[in-house]
Design a protein. Structure first.
Length: 264
């Protein structure tokens, strides 16, 4: 269950996320109700819950795309009032520009931020190598598989080297095998970068596989029902699915869903 250590602390680091009393209304609809959460620097936290519970709304608020009706969000010492320069975002769809090749879709992020491409050339090459896109730099989006398109989107979000990554069901539209491959790729990228990650998902197994902690949200209006620690060593492989710690985490999540009258 949620403990004081999981909630907002007065101690802030440059790359942590602190959500304090966040409530979100859209007209008469109450989407989020008094959400308190701290994500520590370098931590991988998944937010799990049923459709319509406010997961994506919470992420957009953290991203500075939607101002909360009440409460505050800090990234480090900065109060979030607009998109933060130290945040990268990956959405469910890659949304690549069809007339731009892999390289140019990645560097679009630099153009939007008025950053000099030459300064990031080494990082661009490193990201292309890290995500297995070598040899596809000149390929157009229609020449890539769905998984490869999401790798391009991941590189685009990482190119300016943000300290925080916000990911809104980035693999939800992929087939099961490609999704597992992308989970492994994301874990590998995260282990090398140790960025702070807030990851939105509907998948219990995906959340357990990737996360340090899992935030389980209730039905709308979204509240934090519980927070579950995942006690599995890294790097993780899918052979761990049968291990007691993996099974225990999935059972605890399902028990929480059952108690709240929810399904995955």
């Amino acid at each position: 269950m949620t403990t004081d250590a999981n909630l907002v602390s007065s101690v802030r680091t440059e790359a942590d996320i602190q959500i304090a009393g966040v409530t979100q209304r859209f007209g008469s609809l109450l989407a989020l109700d008094t959400v308190d959460l701290r994500i520590s620097a370098g931590e991988f936290v998944s937010v799990l819950g049923p459709s319509g519970c406010g997961k994506s709304t919470l992420m957009r608020a953290v991203a500075g795309l939607v101002p909360p009706t009440a409460g505050t969000i800090h990234i480090g010492a900065d109060l979030v009032r607009k998109p933060h320069p130290d945040v990268g975002i990956v959405f469910q769809k890659a949304t690549l520009l069809p007339w731009r090749n892999v390289r140019d879709n990645i560097t679009l992020q630099l153009e939007m931020r008025n950053l000099p491409a030459a300064r990031f050339e080494k990082r661009l090459r490193q990201l292309i190598t890290l995500t297995g896109l070598e040899g596809f730099e000149s390929a157009l989006p229609h020449q890539l598989s769905g998984g490869m398109q999401q790798r391009v989107a991941l590189c685009r979000a990482l190119i300016h080297d943000p300290k925080i990554m916000l990911m809104d069901e980035p693999f939800g539209a992929l087939d099961a095998m490609t999704r597992e491959t992308m989970n492994l790729e994301l874990q590998r990228v995260w282990l090398e970068s140790r960025k702070t990650v807030m990851f939105i998902t509907h998948s219990i197994s995906e959340a357990v596989f990737l996360s340090d902690r899992i935030v389980v949200m209730s039905k709308r209006p979204g509240k934090i029902a519980t927070i579950i620690d995942v006690d599995l060593p890294r790097p993780r492989s899918f052979s761990m699915v049968g291990e007691p710690a993996f099974i225990e985490a999935t059972i605890r999540i399902r028990e929480c869903f059952d108690a709240l009258g929810m399904t995955e």
